[in-house]
Write a protein that binds this ligand. Structure first.
Ligand SMILES: [Zn+2]
Length: 487
């Protein structure tokens, strides 16, 4: 049953716990409650303190015709302070039970927070396991408390649960994955994942990562996927449906398995089959192998998320309708770039989202320009002319005014920042900055200042003023190399 009494700390108390950091907290005695916020400026209630999530093992039992699914998640984490209780973000339909290290734990649910009180406090540095059984309901896609409420008909279209005629998929970005599984749902706490989707034998389960097992029990099949490198919660995909599987090999034998709904037009399969060559182009451009153990393209039978694509880990998600158009390869390059920047290198905070979107848009435009699209400089110039309007609407690139700006507001400004940097330091130095940044931060979250630090170290220049103007300014700076351009 869901209990409704919860202990809450005053906001100032939460801030103090956050500010205390691990050094002080590690010696704190007696144990205290973990913070119920990670201090995200645009998402104040999101995330949790006092532990570091390392791995999630999530199971869903999908049955056609009903929207509810029995589900469970086991989170492995390490306490970063002595904990009397701790929070997880949760917007699932019903929590059934919670165990910590195999023992029943007390829990309360209030709003989108599940607060767990273990039978005994957890010592700082202690690795612990939380197992939660729950019910997920795909008919319920709660809207983000951080965003302006949407009209119900629109909220349904872009909600976290994407119900399709033949199954479902999810769209967790930015702060909705915790309607799929309780978690520390912030990009700054990436983890690895095992995803188990049980379906009738004639339905395929699909998840982020690499298919590592298929187990049949009677007329039910469990498909098991593994994401083996630390990745943020918001890009975890789980889906079910009737798919055509496309098996291919990428560079150096990279396994590529795509799933496209059987309802798709044949041209959607043609577009999907270009996945290996797009990855090869990116590997060559970025000078680094594709970061996950496998790759793929997921095309679902629905206008996914109201018509967006999402960089879900190791298998970006698209509407099959969009994939039916050959020009969707441009979007595929965008999402595949996110596998490097955004997925393999998660952003530290949502204010750092330009690091993800800027790179994705930069390499997308570069790919287009080399494949018959608009010349790179020409596209940058037209973007430059529009940028003041975008800044006025959404706020500075690395300090968006609205939570929704995280989804779309930083693409152009982030790309122009990278374009300006490339013009300033030259292509060879820019390429070294990109590779150094990727090498240093793959598998752990990177903040804006981390990129600035790498750029300064590699170029040997003081770039603080440059980045400040491009990322925190309210008007577009002069473009290096193009003094004649007008914003
Ligand atoms: Zn993007």
């Amino acid at each position: 049953m869901v209990k409704t009494i919860v202990k809450t700390a005053a906001v100032a108390g939460l801030a103090a716990v956050l500010a205390a950091g691990t050094a002080t907290a590690a010696t704190a005695d007696p144990a205290s409650p973990g913070a119920l916020s990670a201090g995200e400026r645009l998402f104040p209630g999101l995330g949790n303190g006092g532990y570091d999530a390392r791995d999630y093992d999530v199971s869903f039992d999908y049955r056609p015709g009903v929207t509810t699914m029995d589900a469970s998640v086991t989170m492995r984490a390490v306490a970063t302070q002595s904990l009397s209780s701790f929070g997880l973000d949760s917007a699932v339909a019903q929590i059934r039970s919670v165990e910590v290290d195999g023992q029943a734990a007390q829990f309360t649910v209030k709003g989108e927070k599940l607060v767990v009180t273990p039978a005994r406090p957890l010592r700082a540095g202690h690795a612990f396991t939380v197992r939660i059984t729950y019910v997920a309901d795909r008919a319920k896609s709660p809207q983000s408390p951080a965003s302006t409420p949407l009209p119900p008909e629109l909220a349904e279209v872009i909600g976290v649960w994407q119900n399709t005629p033949d199954g479902f998929a999810v769209m967790g970005q930015t702060d909705r994955e915790h309607a799929v599984f309780p978690s520390d749902d912030v990009p700054g706490d990436p983890a690895t994942y095992t995803l188990r989707i049980t379906t009738p034998a004639d339905v395929q389960g699909v998840g982020s990562g690499t298919l590592v097992g298929k187990h049949r029990s009677g007329d039910r099949v469990t498909s098991v996927f593994r994401v083996g490198r630390p990745t943020a919660t918001d890009v975890v995909q789980v889906a079910a449906g009737h798919f055509t599987e496309v098996d291919q090999a990428g560079p150096n034998g990279l396994p590529i398995r795509s799933y496209v709904t059987k309802a798709a037009k044949p041209s959607a399969l043609d577009t999907t089959r270009q996945t290996p060559e797009l990855i090869a182009w990116l590997e060559q451009r970025l000078g680094r192998p594709y970061p996950y153990a496998s790759a793929g393209t997921l095309g679902v039978d629905r206008v996914y998320g109201g018509g967006v694509a999402l960089e879900t880990a190791a298998i970006p998600t698209y509407s099959a309708e969009a994939l039916a158009h050959p020009e969707e390869v441009s979007t595929m390059v965008h999402e595949l770039t996110h596998e490097y920047f955004g997925d393999a290198v998660p952003v530290r905070h949502w204010d750092d989202m330009w690091l993800s979107e800027g790179h994705a848009t930069f390499y997308q435009d570069l790919y287009d320009s080399e494949h018959g699209g608009q010349p790179f400089d020409e596209k940058a110039k037209s973007g430059y002319a529009e940028n003041n309007q975008i800044l006025k609407q959404n706020g500075p690139v690395a300090r968006q005014t609205y939570a929704a700006g995280v989804l779309f507001g930083t693409d152009l400004g982030g790309k122009l920042t990278l374009y300006a940097l490339r013009n300033l330091v030259g292509q060879p130095v820019f390429d070294r900055i990109e590779r150094t940044f990727f090498d240093r931060f793959q598998g752990r979250p990177a903040a804006t200042q981390d990129y600035v630090d790498v750029a300064e170290q590699v170029s040997g220049r003081d770039l603080s003023g440059f980045f400040h103007d491009w990322l925190y300014g309210t008007t577009t700076p002069a473009m290096p190399g193009h003094p004649d351009w007008r914003a």
